[in-house]
Design a protein around this ligand. Structure first.
Ligand SMILES: C[S@@+](CC[C@H](N)C(=O)[O-])C[C@H]1O[C@@H](n2cnc3c(N)ncnc32)[C@H](O)[C@@H]1O
Length: 248
């Protein structure tokens, strides 16, 4: 009798903002079971050696304006290894379903008939501000938060963020992937009526020993960030919550 081939599977693990201590217990357990780990540069890469020392590691991290593995190829890698009977962990930074293309990977696995499960992670969108002493909501200051991508400039036809509406929404605005367009984003928000004196902060390399925070008014945040050489990965928080805890 021909032996039945082992069925592999894919586990999409949100790895948190980079500090291995912020990887969930479920994520850690998934790593311990992995035959193959397909990883991003923003994930807790140090956790792989500790929890999956014998797994094959495939690096597919995207460096802004640098080398990267196209998403289509990442999808193929996941499916190929799972079809070979492997337990594949796709380790991503933050939460894989927050600007992480985890939904696309899930769809590709399902379309290929590969079992897939999701382990949510601690998103940088809330954790990196928290680690810088900024609560993204705070009673009496704001009743909500909008997390948006600044990957394309507000006047780019590919942008579908309603920046003018955000300026009037009374929400904390958390911008991911927005360093390159910070000046244009701030200008658009001020032109749409958000006060130029609104507090803002950029946090670079959050959850790491290199973490740096630059705070300024919305009008001045792009200049202050450039002067401090803030670059990706960085998060910008805009709103009164930036000053909520009155940190030095
Ligand atoms: C492609 S998005 C991935 C977001 C991720 N899925 C999450 O939930 O955190 C990458 C962006 O997340 C933000 N980011 C992720 N990790 C960060 C960190 N440790 N420090 C600062 N920003 C970070 C930056 O804005 C970066 O450009």
């Amino acid at each position: 009798m021909t032996p039945t081939p082992a069925t592999g599977r894919v586990v999409l693990v949100g790895g948190g903002p980079g500090d291995p201590g912020l990887l969930t217990i479920a994520g850690r357990d998934a790593l311990a079971e992995a035959d193959v780990v397909v990883t991003d540069r923003l994930g807790p890469v140090a956790a792989i050696a500790e929890h999956a020392p014998h797994a094959e590691v495939v690096h597919v991290g995207k460096i802004p304006r640098g080398p990267f593995t196209p998403q289509e190829r990442i999808n193929e890698i996941l499916v190929e290894h799972a079809r070979a009977g492997k337990v594949v962990v796709r380790l991503k930074g933050g939460d894989g379903f927050v600007f992480g293309r985890g939904g696309e990977e899930w769809q590709e696995c399902r379309a290929a008939g590969v079992p897939v499960e999701v382990i949510p992670g601690v998103s940088s969108a809330t954790s990196v501000p928290a680690l810088a002493g900024i609560p993204v909501t705070h009673r009496g200051l704001t009743q909500g938060v909008a997390v948006v991508s600044g990957h394309v400039a507000p006047d780019d036809p590919r942008s579908d963020v309603a920046w003018e509406a955000l300026a009037a929404a009374g929400l904390t605005i958390v911008v991911l992937m927005g360093v390159a367009h910070l000046g244009a984003i701030a200008h658009t928000l001020v032109a749409a009526g958000l006060p130029a004196a609104t507090p803002a902060a950029c946090i670079m390399d959050g959850a790491s020993p290199q973490q740096r925070v630059v705070a300024a008014t919305l009008e001045q945040i792009a200049e202050a960030a450039a002067a401090a050489r803030i670059g990706p990965p960085a998060i910008t928080v805009i709103g009164p919550v930036v000053d909520a805890l009155d940190l030095p």
